[in-house]
Design a protein around this ligand. Structure first.
Ligand SMILES: Nc1ncnc2c1ncn2[C@@H]1O[C@H](COP(=O)(O)OP(=O)(O)OP(=O)(O)O)[C@@H](O)[C@H]1O
Length: 224
């Protein structure tokens, strides 16, 4: 059965600057939602507000019609979140960080035996390249059993071959999850997304076709 996530009425200010002005995100399992917007428009902030790690002046959050406080989101294990910046401890090996994120032994094994992760198993996290680290973090977070997944720049620093693997993986994963992605690699996002939104001046604008990203000033031209 489909599950739905709704975060509405989001207001967030930093000092006298209103970054989110009645913004919203809605997502259902079985679909990928792309969020676009210029640098500093509030894409990371909206994800952090929903995940409960950034306090907002206002946000109304519900999953399957049940209301949640953002403070409960981590504990309730409904939404997994890949932050924009690396979060794994640098001094641990890849095989030792997997159990920190994934509790279940079968999930740990599933990840560890993926050839691209297995070959890094004994390397320290701090010794991985940025792209290898991004790929590891994405796979770790995506293997959590949570029904919703928010990805902040999953394609950043990742080589083209692995970007293709990520897209293939996300298209399979969306059969069981609702996925929200924000990334300036807009071609990659558009290739996998079912619906898209633009964040501009604190508001969400639904995007029906990529030409609208030009109309609203995010792109100068569309080549997809
Ligand atoms: N802790 C903070 N204190 C003050 N201002 C902040 C803070 N965090 C974010 N901001 C400001 O809020 C705005 C939105 O930041 P955010 O990181 O959400 O943008 P973004 O859309 O994710 O940008 P980018 O595409 O560059 O990653 C920016 O103007 C930023 O400077």
């Amino acid at each position: 059965m489909k599950q739905s996530l709704s975060a509405t009425g989001i207001i967030k200010t930093f000092g006298n600057k209103t970054v989110l002005d009645n913004a919203y995100i809605r997502c259902e399992t079985g679909e990928i939602t792309g969020i676009f917007g210029r640098n500093g428009c509030g894409k990371s902030t909206i994800l952090k507000v929903i995940f409960g790690t950034q306090k907002a002046e206002s946000v109304s959050l519900s999953i399957d019609g049940k209301h949640y406080s953002p403070k409960e989101i981590i504990a309730k294990q409904k939404i997994a979140y890949l932050p924009q910046y690396p979060f794994l401890p640098k001094n641990k090996t890849v095989k030792n960080v997997i159990p920190i994120v994934l509790e279940k032994g079968s999930l740990q094994d599933k990840l560890l035996y993926l050839p691209e992760i297995n070959k890094l198993a004994d390397r320290k996290v701090g010794e991985l390249s940025m792209g290898q680290l991004r790929y590891l973090e994405l796979l770790l977070i995506s293997h959590l059993p949570h029904p919703f997944l928010m990805l902040d720049e999953p394609f950043s620093m990742v080589e083209p071959l692995y970007k293709e693997k990520i897209k293939e993986f996300l298209l399979k994963l969306k059969k069981e999850k609702g996925i929200i992605i924000t990334d300036h690699y807009y071609v990659d996002v558009l290739e996998v997304s079912d619906k898209n939104m633009l964040l501009k001046n604190g508001k969400i604008i639904p995007i029906d076709n990529s030409q609208e990203l030009v109309t609203h000033g995010y792109l100068t031209s569309v080549n997809v």
